[in-house]
Design a protein around this ligand. Sequence first.
Ligand SMILES: Nc1ncnc2c1ncn2[C@@H]1O[C@H](COP(=O)(O)OP(=O)(O)OP(=O)(O)O)[C@@H](O)[C@H]1O
Ligand SMILES: [Mg+2]
Length: 429
Amino acid sequence: MNAPFKPGSNREPFNAFVCDDDTLELIRLVANDLGWPIEKCNKGGLRNAVQTLSVSASPNILFVDMSESGDPINDINALAEVCEPGTVVIAAGQVNDVRLYRDLLSSGIQDYLLKPLSIDQVRDSLAQAQAMLTAPKHADGAGDKPHHMLAVVGVRGGVGASMVSTSLAWAFSEQAGRQTALLDLDVHFGTGALTLDLEPGRGLIDAIDNPSRIDGLFIERAMVRASDKLSLLSAEAPIHQPVLTDGSAFFQLEEELRNAFEMTIVDIPRQVLIPFPHLVSEAGTIVLVSDVTLASARDTIRLLSWFKQNVPGARVLLVANKFQSTVGELSRKEFESSIERSVDVVIPFDPKLVSQAAKLGKPYAELCKGTKAGQVWNQLMRNILEGADADPDDVVAATAKSKDKDKGGSLLGKIGGLGSMLSKKGAKQ
Ligand SMILES: Nc1ncnc2c1ncn2[C@@H]1O[C@H](COP(=O)(O)OP(=O)(O)OP(=O)(O)O)[C@@H](O)[C@H]1O
Ligand SMILES: [Mg+2]
């Protein structure tokens, strides 16, 4: 309910639903002082609030009296179902219990006032709610950065797409100080939570089961916090249960994450991307992760071509992971000439630090901090942000330029080129 405020929406500034005449009088007095219409202060308490908001737009600030509520947490949850994201809710009641207070706050209530109410107490609380709405989205000043969505896709299984996703999530949140969401759409086998040493929770499964429930409040509740700046939505769905979705839950999640965070990183398995290409249509950057092998070269060609057809204008950065200069299957040059474009960032094969990170339950990039390997993550972040902060026309131009390098020709032709390149490689050996 106190999810990010959407400016420009046509909302009432204030609604109140109280249980008794004294409270009504007091609330009307304060509302009048603050310049809000007093006719929006009603009797009827929490139940009336739920009924009214189920058929009308939610106000910016909502005051609810819970004195007549037998099960406050349950009733607040019912309110959450009908209350649009962005509304700041202040509750009042007669129960003086710190556990209830905490539970209410964690349900998204901004403040809980103990009755009988004093006029100063109510005025302070409402003024604070108003200040919250007019303040920048993130009090730490990071909220003025435009949102950027990053989609990470591996060209084949096991090339390191999830390693790159979790590492970038850590780097953007901890090093660039951005409020970051990591959405792991590998519903059965995702490793986002495992890598960050977290329990995945039920959030993603609930979202898939009930896409209509996805809103700002849902996001706030469902996301698992890895740190102050990094939150995760993932699942470990039972493997006997197929994921039944038309993709609407995934789109809706992307939409809500865009409202709530400064950076969204979506780890998208190819088998999810293919049926739902629009999942990447809003992505500012697509990071395509590959290893430097023949099979990956073939699939990089195929995926680049797929992006070109399905999300024209998408900005694709190519990351070559697990690179080994001496014993690798292909050299960087061979790989690049076969795919007819250059690799943007190369991440070396680094089993030592990767396994250390796994044992510590930390992303690989965190372990790279302060080492030479850490430069790779700074470079990748810079590449991503350059595109994010640049004029969109410039990004399109840059993308077009890199596409110009692709000299066209059929996919088969390209694979044929790759074959001849490989025979040259064979001849050298
Ligand atoms: N640069 C690297 N050096 C060494 N090992 C790496 C490197 N990058 C990733 N790995 C390891 O490779 C394995 C696969 O990585 P990861 O799970 O990130 O790949 P993926 O592309 O997401 O796989 P999947 O197709 O299962 O989603 C993991 O054990 C990971 O720790
Ligand atoms: Mg993965």
